[in-house]
Write a protein that binds this ligand. Structure first.
Ligand SMILES: *Cc1c(COP(=O)(O)O)cnc(C)c1O
Length: 389
C-alpha cells in the first residue's frame, strides 16, 4: 500500500498523488511500489525522447567525464557547436541559452525592449493574448493571462497588454507608439491546447512587419517537433524576430533558449547573462536531443504515430457526440461535453495512465515523440474505460 509522503518541508505546495516516482523507461514511469504508468504527460511536454533515453544518458555520461562547468566566462565546445546547429535549424542568427522557459521569455522581453530603445523611440510595451501562458517570473506573469494572476504578488510588472487570441483587428488597433512587440504561443498549451484561427500567425507576421514591431514566438511548449514541424511556426511559413524554447529542447534536463535575427540581436557584453548559461553538460544534452529529433527515421516515426493518435481521437469524438479535439502532432486535447476532466484523469491514473486536465472540460495529451502505435492504443483503451466510470 502506498504511504502518504511527508511534504511538510516543501515550500511551494502542489497537489500531487501519493506515488513517489523512482524510475522511467521510454513511455513508462514506475513508482516506489513498483506500479507502472503509461505516461502521456512526459515531464509536461518535456521528454520528447521519452524517459531516460540512451541519447541523453550517453551525452550526460560522456560530457560529465570531460567537463561539467567551465563558467560562462569561458568558451566551451558544446556551447559553440549547439548554438550554430540550433540557429541553423531555426533560420535565426543568434542564441542565448538559459535554464527555464520563463527565463528565456524574460530574455526575449529584454531583447525586444533593447531593440525598441534603439529603433522605436523607446517603445517597450508587449502585446500578448487572452489565455496566454509565458511563465512565472514577475514579468512573464504579467504577459500571462491566468485567472487571479494579475493580483497575485502585485503590483504587476508594467508594460504588458492583452488582446483577444486570434483577433487580428484587435491586435492592429492595440498597436501604438509604445508597442515594441507581439508575443504569441503558436498553439496555446497551458490554457488547454487552443489552436489559433487558421492563418492567424501569417497575418500577425504581416501586421507586425507593416507596423514595424517585433514578433516573438514562445515555442517553449510547441517547439522541438511537438506539433509536427521542428518549430510550430514553420507550418505557417513564417519566421519570427525572436523565438523562445524550453521544455523539449533539453529532453528532460533544465535547458531553454532565446533566439533572434541579427537585426534584433542587440545584447552587448554585460547586458544579459546567467551562471549556468551555456554550461557544457546541458549543451551536450541539447545537441543530442536536436540531432535525434531531426533524424529522418525519427521524424518518420513521429509523423506516423501522430497520424494514428489523430485517427484515434477523431474516432472518440465520433463515438461521443459533442466531444471535440484540438492541437496537432504530439500536443493534443479533447474538449469534453461535461466538466469532468479532472475526474477522468484521476480514474486514468488509478488505471495506470498519466494524462493532464488543464481545464475542467479539457484533457491534454503530450506523449513522448518516441511513443509507439501500440502505446497510443493502450492509452485510448484506458481512456475509454475511464469515460464510463
Ligand atoms: C512551460 C511554459 C513556459 C514556462 O517555462 P518554465 O520552464 O516553466 O519556466 C513558458 N511558455 C510556455 C508556452 C510554456 O508552455
Amino acid at each position: 500500500m502506498t504511504t502518504t509522503p511527508d511534504t511538510r518541508h516543501l515550500l511551494a505546495p502542489v497537489d500531487r498523488p501519493d506515488a513517489v516516482m523512482v524510475r522511467g523507461e521510454g513511455s513508462y514511469l514506475f513508482d516506489a511500489d513498483g506500479r507502472r504508468y503509461l505516461d502521456f504527460v512526459q515531464g509536461w511536454a518535456v521528454n520528447v525522447l521519452g524517459h531516460c533515453p540512451p541519447e541523453i544518458v550517453g551525452a550526460l555520461n560522456t560530457q560529465a567525464r570531460a567537463l561539467i562547468n567551465a563558467s560562462p566566462a569561458y568558451h566551451n565546445g558544446p556551447h559553440l557547436e549547439y548554438a550554430a546547429k540550433l540557429c541553423d535549424a531555426a533560420g535565426l542568427d543568434r542564441v542565448f541559452f538559459c535554464n527555464s522557459g520563463a527565463e528565456a521569455n524574460e530574455g526575449a522581453i529584454k531583447l525586444a525592449r533593447k531593440w525598441g530603445q534603439a529603433e522605436r523611440a523607446g517603445a517597450f510595451e508587449i502585446i500578448s493574448f487572452t489565455g496566454a501562458f509565458h511563465g512565472r517570473t514577475l514579468a512573464t506573469m504579467a504577459a500571462t493571462d491566468k485567472p487571479g494572476w494579475s493580483e497575485l504578488f502585485g503590483p504587476a510588472s508594467p508594460g504588458f497588454r492583452k488582446v483577444a487570441f486570434g483577433d487580428i483587428a484587435a491586435v492592429e488597433s492595440a498597436i501604438d507608439a509604445s508597442t515594441v512587440a507581439v508575443m504569441i504561443e503558436p498553439v496555446q498549451g497551458e490554457s488547454g491546447v487552443v489552436d489559433p484561427p487558421k492563418g492567424f500567425l501569417g497575418e500577425l507576421r504581416e501586421l507586425t512587419k507593416r507596423k514595424g514591431v517585433l514578433l516573438i514566438c514562445d515555442e517553449i511548449q510547441t517547439g522541438m517537433a511537438r506539433t509536427g514541424p521542428l518549430f510550430a511556426h514553420q507550418a505557417d511559413g513564417i519566421t519570427p524576430d525572436i523565438m523562445t524554447l524550453g521544455k523539449g529542447i533539453g529532453g528532460g534536463v533544465p535547458l531553454a533558449a532565446v533566439l533572434s535575427s541579427e537585426e534584433v540581436a542587440r545584447f552587448e557584453p554585460g547586458d544579459q547573462g546567467g551562471t549556468f548559461n551555456g554550461n557544457p553538460l546541458m549543451m551536450a544534452v541539447g545537441l543530442a536531443v536536436l540531432e535525434r529529433v531531426t533524424a529522418p527515421d525519427f521524424v518518420e516515426h513521429a509523423k506516423g504515430v501522430a497520424q494514428h493518435l489523430e485517427q484515434r481521437l477523431a474516432a472518440l469524438c465520433d463515438e461521443n457526440p459533442g466531444m471535440q479535439r484540438s492541437g496537432s502532432g504530439h500536443l493534443r486535447a479533447l474538449v469534453l461535453t461535461r466538466e469532468d476532466a479532472k475526474e477522468i484523469a484521476a480514474r486514468c491514473y488509478e488505471a495506470g495512465l498519466l494524462i493532464n486536465a488543464p481545464r475542467p472540460d479539457r484533457l491534454r495529451f503530450m506523449p513522448a515523440l518516441t511513443t509507439s502505435i501500440d502505446e497510443v492504443d493502450d492509452m485510448i483503451a484506458i481512456l475509454k474505460s475511464s469515460f464510463a466510470g
